[in-house]
Design a protein around this ligand. Sequence first.
Ligand SMILES: NC(=O)c1ccc[n+]([C@@H]2O[C@H](COP(=O)([O-])OP(=O)(O)OC[C@H]3O[C@@H](n4cnc5c(N)ncnc54)[C@H](O)[C@@H]3O)[C@@H](O)[C@H]2O)c1
Length: 448
Amino acid sequence: MWPRPPAPALKTIVEQMLSILLEKIRSGRARVGTVGLGYVGLPLAVEFAAGGLEVVGFDRVPEKVAAVNRGESYVPDVPSERLAEQVRAGRLSARSDLTASGSCDAVIICVPTPLSKTKDPDLSMVVEAAKAVGATLRAGQLVVLESTTYPGTTEELILPLLEESGLQVGESFFLAFSPERVDPGNPRYHIRNTPKIIGGVTSACGQAALALYARAVDTLIPVSSSRAAEMIKLLENTFRSVNIGLVNEVALMCDRLGVDVWEVIDAAASKPFGFMPFYPGPGLGGHCIPIDPLYLSWKLKTLNYRARFIELAGEINSEMPEHVCRKVAEALNEREKSVKGSRILVLGVGYKRDISDVRESPALDVLRILESRGAHIGYNDPYVAELQLNDVALRSLDLLPAVREADVVVIVTDHRSYSYPEIVEAAKVVVDTRNATRGIASEKIVKL
Ligand SMILES: NC(=O)c1ccc[n+]([C@@H]2O[C@H](COP(=O)([O-])OP(=O)(O)OC[C@H]3O[C@@H](n4cnc5c(N)ncnc54)[C@H](O)[C@@H]3O)[C@@H](O)[C@H]2O)c1
């Protein structure tokens, strides 16, 4: 049977509800709630407040709530002055109790989406947040999910939880997915100037979400559904994971061929079309690239499809820390030493350059492998004063004394503040996994 057009009276109610919400957003009278005040939620809350809306941030960690209310930022990309300005102006506040989300016109969920022990999606925090929002859902509210997840989550998981309220999507409340594209530490692109994808569950949902994000983002890219928006985010991150996997394998091949992989990539990048450089390294890190593609492959498994590129890239990328440790062992062997009993210093433990985030950092794997083989391990990182490794707390060592004492120095993360000529000068041997020592001619350097 053909779907029936909505009854005229119902259509009018939907239109009225939408136009009230749009008017509130456009006139700056709308109240926005962000659930989860982490790397994604805090910058977003500040941007909406700076865009003139009243924002309430919700987080279950009381220390984060208290810090926001004091105007103190704990996210490196959010300067405390910017946060404090919004708190002082009365546009931004934080609280732990999600029951107040019912007073918001729009609620954006930005909670973590990790993997379980068996490497399956763990959506427990999204479910918990959606249930809490659903408990006080009222007619005319907009709910947006920003957490990265598999295609179908918004419609298959969030929608039924919200409809337990008795309200109907697209008729009495609005629901959309809009993936976060934050790139921590990027000085050029931030929330306002990074185009944002928006996919509504219905067309009215899409319109409501577009109006909301227009207060915080310059360029909006509407797509046809929440499912498409979820897939777009996973394409972006799978693209990176697969290309990094390819270039890591090229590095392994170049190693066997006796060719400098860095020279090969730099020269190939001179091609002005059809080539985009990716660089090898010690392995994937961070909360996104190592995890998100597994959300996609998990979903496809439920549809009897094997995501082969994702599996292969995952296999190669996760072998890179082992390759780095092989290089360290070879470098020691050349000097008639073994890993066991040697002092090995890792430089940079953040998962990427110039940031303090160590989640999924390959440096942790490198340190663990070397320690398990009997090395005396230590690290230096200007951004990470302390590091928890196998229940032991390590402290960042003083750079140059530690470099001088180490039998091998391993550059895992190429922070810009390091003086590489000075490090090479002071070190006995340097294993460089990032080409940080480019331009320095020294017999002491071993590249990936
Ligand atoms: N960090 C990034 O660079 C990045 C980039 C793009 C997308 N994402 C995605 O965004 C989502 C959030 O990531 P993040 O890096 O901001 O995580 P995060 O761990 O920094 O912050 C999440 C916050 O949510 C809070 N929280 C969890 N459950 C809650 C609940 N039920 N109620 C209230 N607060 C709750 C936590 O206490 C934490 O403060 C994830 O899906 C992630 O994949 C992250």
